[in-house]
Design a protein around this ligand. Structure first.
Ligand code: BGC
Length: 740
């Protein structure tokens, strides 16, 4: 008999089950764990046990999965089976800028920093899955959730999503990319059936998800609420089996949006792996302990036992969930994360600073000069924006509102700052039991508020109007769309009155969407701010006082009127918000600038890609590495960028491709490469960008493959989609085709 003392180390480790042995290949571990599990165990791990968690396998030491929203910070904990707060005191977080702001940086390094930072916060809170980022395309500026997404362009979105995903996952936390796919409006979101042609699907609406999966290596994806071609996204075999798991080879977990599952047979067969939030809308209702009745719980188990549904599908789902657990909670080497660190605040401030867009700056009114009397007007100067908006609502450890940020900076610079309200919008500030604690009451009439603001404006050197939208219902918020393209609460009138009273009126709007600007020509300066989170006030002060030189570029088109967006052009309810449950994307690929470029350039207030700086740049003559596309389909563009002003600044070189003549409809031009560069005054930097074969391709809906057609192309280089400084011809002689 061998005594315990003499058992060698190798003998002990030989007893370690394969699934717990991290030296073994992942797939071997997954299969080993699976082989030890009963049907009940497998059913157990593929659906929720609480609002945000699913069980592991207790007997085997396989941990639970804890999810958290996303995408702008780590959501505070709610009760096990209710949407109300759990009442924890350790779950306040850094609120990072909303994803529209991230997209407006046009800087993939900022996306990497964002992913790393938010991933560290998720990890510190012991979450395995971050419910984000969101990559749905901004098809209509009325969509209440656009602020959670990355704009209107599939290429920009694709370039920004992959580093975010990688940054999160380096922490051993899965990114769950949402909402797959075609969840482009909140009106009737639970049921609306999207009818879209295959070209628009593949060229406009899917690339962000494809990049998250293929370039970012996302471990999870969230099929959304809506239907596509008659089937809910969670039950959609085309989206989940053919495209996601087939064409893109996704080996992760498809996690349903909260309450997006409707049918056991369909989800069982069509590629959904995990069910969360059934009997809720993901926002509030549904607090009953219903988990055993989930579509993928008892009803599925019963169907498997009775042989009505194949066990192979269950094994595949369970294997995917195990893979996710092993990549996250069972990764002994993952870092520990961190929360509310100075580095995270610095990241939030840096990303915010790079995302603010200077739309207009006549007479160089900005940055603000010292020793001025500045009047700030507007509710958004006061209002905390991290609370509200739906599931992305946060409990921020701190939020510096614009007025506080500006006051602190002004004091340092000898600037005298006063405040007037101007209008009263929505003074509430509560979400799921988190309250801002702000008292924004003001009982003056609308007329009186304007009168008081105008009086003060006349005595100021500069007026800063800070308004826009907010996170209340029917603004930038989940669950409903905006009522109108106009700014709410009488703001146009307030701005016009201020502009008439003081010619130095600067408009700063905090929104996640475009809006009408009837006062655009009456004010000398306009700043597009976004929901910036914890550092909102500091970021705005950095930009307005010139400590940060703005370098953001619009990720969306700011058109004059709602009808300048293709989805609304004909005022056709079938195109928006839908008729009898169907919404028909009749505009096809003509979304955002792809539409205005062709039909309505003069109707654009500020174009996709536009954004000024406090310095000036000149884009010199661009050159191409070849005049004919080489066989490998790659060509490089080089363009000299000179800083012709007197401050260091960052410029974004944008390369668009135009197919001069094609057998199919092509947009006038499409973004296919970009690079942000920092240039010192007087310096010239040569920027080289590569265009791969993908840059020239369209999706052939007949052959179901990507295709580059021979013929003449033009490469358009500029610093906005509306400011093209070089046009270079390129010939394509050899046709190219490929499948995803
Ligand atoms: C939202 C998701 C969110 C989920 C969980 C749903 O209402 O659509 O984006 O992740 O709730 O809060």
């Amino acid at each position: 008999m061998v005594s315990v003392a003499t058992v060698s180390h190798s003998a002990l480790s030989a007893q370690t089950p394969v699934y717990l042995d991290e030296s073994k290949p992942l797939e071997e571990r997954v299969q080993d764990a699976l082989s030890r599990m009963t049907i009940a165990d497998k059913i157990g791990i593929i659906h929720a046990q609480s609002k945000f968690s699913s069980p592991g396998v207790q007997r085997l030491g396989i941990p639970e999965i804890w999810c958290t929203d996303g995408p702008h910070g780590i959501r505070p904990d709610v009760l096990w089976d209710e949407w109300e707060q759990a009442g924890a005191t350790n779950d306040s977080c850094v609120a990072f800028p909303a994803l529209t702001c991230l997209a407006a940086t046009w800087n993939p390094d900022m996306a990497a920093l964002y992913g790393k930072s938010i991933g560290e916060e998720a990890r510190y809170r012991n979450k395995s899955v971050l419910l984000g980022p969101g990559v749905n395309i901004n098809r209509t500026p009325l969509n209440g959730r656009n602020f959670e997404y990355m704009g209107e362009d599939p290429y920009l979105t694709s370039r920004m999503v992959a580093p975010y995903v990688r940054g999160v996952q380096d922490n051993g936390v899965a990114a769950c990319v949402k909402h797959y796919a075609l969840n482009n409006q909140e009106t009737d979101r639970d049921h609306v059936n999207v009818l879209v042609d295959d070209r628009a699907l593949h060229e406009i609406y899917l690339p962000g998800f494809k990049a998250a999966v293929k370039d970012g290596g996302a471990w999870a994806i969230m099929p959304g609420y809506n239907k596509y071609a008659g089937d809910h996204a969670c039950e959609n075999s085309v989206l989940l089996l053919d495209i996601l798991k087939g064409d893109w080879g996704f080996d992760g977990v498809a996690i349903s949006d909260w309450g997006a599952v409707h049918n056991t047979d369909k989800v069982a067969r069509n590629g959904l792996d995990m069910e969360f939030g059934s009997w809720t809308n993901g926002l509030n209702w549904g607090s009953s302990d219903a988990y055993d009745n989930y579509f993928l719980a008892k009803p599925y188990e019963q169907a498997i036992i009775e042989g009505r549904l194949p066990v192979d599908d269950l094994n595949d789902k369970a294997a995917r969930v195990l893979r996710l657990i092993m990549r996250t909670a069972m990764d002994r080497n993952r870092p520990f994360g961190s929360m509310n660190s100075p580095e995270h605040y610095a990241a939030a401030r840096q990303i915010g600073g790079e995302g603010v867009v200077l739309l207009k700056n006549e007479g160089s009114l900005l940055p603000l000069k010292p020793d001025l009397k500045v009047l700030v007007v507007g509710e958004n100067a006061l209002k905390m924006m991290t609370v509200g908006g739906g599931s992305s609502s946060l409990k921020a450890q701190r939020e510096i509102v614009p007025l506080d940020g500006l006051r602190a900076a002004a004091a340092d610079k000898g600037i005298e700052l006063s405040y007037e309200r101007g209008y009263v919008g929505d003074i509430t500030g509560e979400y799921n039991g988190v309250t801002t604690g702000q008292n924004l009451n003001d009982n003056r009439t609308a007329e009186q508020l304007i009168t008081d603001a105008v009086k003060a404006a006349k005595e100021a050197d500069v007026v800063l109007f800070i308004g826009g939208l907010n996170k209340s219902d029917r603004q930038d918020a989940e669950g409903c769309d905006r009522d109108s393209f106009a700014l709410p609460y009488n703001q146009d009138k307030v701005i016009e009155a201020l502009a008439a009273a003081n010619p130095n009126t600067v408009v700063v709007n905090i929104t996640g969407n475009a809006y009408a600007m009837p006062w655009k020509d009456k004010v000398p300066a306009i700043v597009q701010d976004w929901y910036i989170g914890s550092e909102a006030g500091n970021v705005l002060a950095d930009v307005l006082f010139g400590d940060v030189n703005p370098s953001g570029k619009l990720p969306i088109t700011f058109a004059s009127a709602l009808t300048d967006y293709a989805a609304h052009a004909d005022n056709d309810p079938a195109m928006y918000p839908g008729v009898d449950g169907d919404v028909h994307y009749k505009e096809g690929i003509n979304v955002g600038y792809r539409y205005t470029d062709r039909l309505k350039p003069s109707r654009v207030n500020y174009a996709f890609g536009h954004g000024l700086s406090y310095t000036t740049f000149e884009l010199g003559k661009a050159t191409l590495s070849a005049s004919t596309l080489p066989a490998d389909g790659a060509v490089t563009v080089t363009v000299p960028v000179t800083n012709t002003g007197d401050r260091k600044g960052k410029e974004v070189v944008q390369v668009y491709v135009r197919d001069v003549k094609s057998s199919v409809e092509r947009p006038y031009k499409e973004l296919k490469a970009f690079r942000k560069v920092s240039v010192a005054p007087g310096e010239t930097v040569d920027v080289t960008l590569t265009l791969n074969k993908e840059a020239f391709a369209f999706y052939n809906d007949k052959t179901r493959q990507w295709e580059v057609e021979p013929g003449k192309f033009e490469i358009l280089i500029g610093n906005s989609s509306a400011n093209i400084t070089s046009r270079l011809p390129l010939n394509v002689t050899t046709p190219l085709t490929w499948k995803d």
